[in-house]
Design a protein around this ligand. Structure first.
Ligand SMILES: [Zn+2]
Length: 314
């Protein structure tokens, strides 16, 4: 039996055990009188849930540091957590490609909110390489992440209307912090000469970032990491780097470093040096005890790393 089939089997089994009501402590105490069990897919969404839910919630983010959401499959432990959850937040827009089936099965019995799917379709990018689907990396445009924030706040308020005011005020406070972050990113960007605003990474996680903050973005692997880069892609990117005299390219925390090292080697074969400008966080947060362990910290790290590396002329 494949892992996916086992996961679905476990899901159905645990659902049966749980019966119609919720398992565990939730069965006797009313939701408004206890902490809400929240499960999220990515760390960025988990961090948002901690900020919006505050003391009302206990948050479990399934995808930890370095985890690639495009390829992630729910473990048996995840399925148990999902079944016990009062509310599940996920990105949607096919980010969690291999979890779609499990999340769909959940939505019939547990409140599930795809925060990315509340973003107006005209604000979404639909690059040709993603064959009719939208680019799911919405957290890299703060203005879009603010829409996701509203979707989450509304989800909490519908689930737990007795505490509506808490969610409203927490969300407003977090919104102010995100607006500050947005201003910081724009200020940092303005330190770079316009022709130096080029971000090259292993996969196309930064298209919304590029559009929102004025960077040209080149990725090697396409929107999802499910497809491997071919040697033709590597050569094309290497030529681009040489022509534009780009001083640095970037590795990503959730993508194997060899992908971008292949580009560096191809540039070197043309007798030009391109530096690895540092590690960017793309689809996962950093370790929880570090500054990059939350969304604002990871984004600040990214923009600082990008601007510092590209400030040096090749
Ligand atoms: Zn991605």
């Amino acid at each position: 039996m494949s892992r996916k089939i086992i996961s679905l089997f476990v899901l159905l089994f645990v659902m049966n055990l749980a019966g119609c009501g919720k398992s565990g402590k939730g069965s006797r105490v009313a939701l408004s009188e206890r902490q809400i069990e929240v499960v999220t897919t990515t760390g960025m969404i988990g961090d948002m849930a901690v900020n919006v839910g505050g003391e009302r919630v206990n948050v479990t983010a399934l995808m930890g540091p370095g985890i690639d959401p495009h390829l992630y499959k729910a473990s048996e432990g995840d399925v148990t957590a999902l079944v016990k959850a009062d509310i599940v937040f996920f990105n949607g827009l096919h980010l969690e490609g291999k979890m779609a089936e499990v999340l769909e099965k959940m939505s019939g019995r547990t409140k599930t909110v795809a925060v990315g799917e509340k973003i107006p379709v005209e604000s979404l990018l639909s690059p040709p390489e993603f064959k009719g689907a939208h680019d799911p990396h919405i957290w890299f445009d703060v203005s879009l992440w603010l829409v996701a924030l509203q979707a989450m706040r509304d989800g909490f308020m519908e689930l737990d209307p007795e505490h509506e005011e808490i969610y409203r005020s927490n969300a407003a406070k977090y919104e102010a912090e995100l607006v500050q972050l947005d201003n910081y990113i724009k200020e940092k960007t303005s330190e770079l000469q316009e022709e130096m605003r080029v971000v090259i990474t292993a996969h196309d996680a930064f298209n919304y970032f590029g559009k929102a903050y004025g960077f040209e973005v080149r990725g090697l692997q396409g929107i999802s990491t499910a497809s491997e880069a071919g040697t033709g892609d590597v050569q094309e990117l290497a030529s681009f780097i040489v022509e534009r005299r780009i001083p640095a390219i970037f590795v990503e925390s959730s993508i194997p470093v060899r992908t971008i090292e292949a580009v560096q080697a191809a540039v070197k074969a043309k007798n030009i040096e391109v530096k690895i400008g540092g590690e960017l966080y793309s689809d996962a947060l950093g370790n929880p005890e570090t500054a990059e362990g939350n969304y604002i910290g990871m984004f600040r790290h990214n923009i600082d790393t990008i601007v510092n590396a590209l400030s040096i002329k090749n």
